[in-house]
Design a protein around this ligand. Structure first.
Ligand code: RIB
Ligand code: NA
Length: 311
């Protein structure tokens, strides 16, 4: 059976505290709410694609512990195939400590744990799914070598690849760019990778051009409430296209980028001839829904919650 979207990536249990502001070093402050949720960039992206209606599989590793068991159930509840979800006794399920302030901004520490044990052997087992998917998505919360191997495998098999270099690492192997059909990052990741300071839409365009030069087929740089810029190597003469987004009331932006990428993966799988700008416009709208409520996956809309003109 062929999947629409296969994600090779991370699962994290999100431990979230809401507080008026982010604490300073050495400081203790009162928060007003604590909750535990399902997170991790890879799983977030997979869940958003599944909720849009994509047939999805997750390739990942969790611990043989309470959080890991719960996570597997979460995939099942969302209709994600768990055929390639491994469990290890050698490390704990990944965890993310998250603080969200009243402006909806966050600070996150991840302890990737079991995610770092996902490796070549796991990819070999998932090879039939990786080589027959419509779209394969990777990030950087697992070992970069594993992400690059997955991208390479899919790319060689003409599977469309989306690479989200998050969290960004300064010396990214140049092969990542060449194996990416869509290289999708936010402004701070673009800045770290290119050295171009990204403050404006024009800056984002310049950073995008540099990423294109490194060999990606297309680049999307997300800009939060300002939408995103889209660039394509197939139109070398035309500059970057800015795709604005409608203003919304922001409560929590955690995982909004993942919602965008999950939606993008769905559009690439279901509407392969749609322009990347139109896909980005629609994905902006999906992610815009997610920022209006607290939490990561719990705030991601399903097809039934979204306007029909998005499908
Ligand atoms: O992108 C948001 C995600 O980053 C959170 O769910 C958290 O788990 C961290 O991985
Ligand atoms: Na949210």
């Amino acid at each position: 059976e062929a999947f629409d979207v296969v994600v090779v990536g991370s699962c994290m249990t999100d431990l979230v505290s809401q507080a008026p502001r982010l604490p300073k070093a050495g400081e203790t402050i009162h928060g007003h709410k604590f909750f535990i949720g399902f997170g991790g960039k890879g799983a977030n992206q997979c869940i958003q694609a599944a909720r849009m209606g994509a047939k999805t599989a997750m390739v990942c590793k969790v611990g043989k512990d309470f959080f890991g068991e719960n996570y597997i159930q979460n995939f099942k509840d969302n209709g994600v195939s768990t055929e390639f979800v491994g469990q290890t006794v050698d490390s704990a399920t990944g965890a993310a400590s998250i603080i969200v302030n009243d402006a909806g901004e966050n600070a996150i520490v991840i302890v990737a744990g079991a995610n770092l044990l996902l490796g070549g052997e796991d990819l070999r087992r998932a090879l039939p799914a990786l080589s027959h998917a419509k779209v394969m998505v990777c990030q950087l919360e697992i070992s970069p070598d594993t992400s690059l191997q997955a991208l390479r495998l899919s790319h060689e098999n003409n599977v469309k690849t989306i690479f989200n270099p998050a969290p960004a690492i300064p010396d990214l192997d140049p092969e990542f760019y060449r194996a990416s059909d869509v290289f999708c990052c936010n402004e701070s990741e673009a800045e770290l990778l290119t050295g171009v300071a990204v403050a404006s839409i024009e800056d984002a365009g310049r950073a995008g051009e540099e990423l294109l030069r490194r060999g990606c087929s297309s680049v999307i740089i997300t800009l939060g409430s300002r939408g995103c810029v889209v660039l394509s190597a197939h139109e070398p003469s035309s500059p970057s296209h800015h795709v604005p987004t409608k203003p919304v009331t922001t409560v929590d932006t955690t995982g909004a980028g993942d919602s965008f990428i999950g939606a993008l993966a769905f559009y690439m799988a279901h509407f392969p001839t749609m322009s990347l700008e139109e896909m980005a416009r629609r994905a902006n709208q999906v992610a815009g829904v997610s920022v209006q409520t607290i939490g990561t996956q719990v705030s991601y809309p399903s097809k039934k919650d979204l306007p029909t003109d998005l499908f």
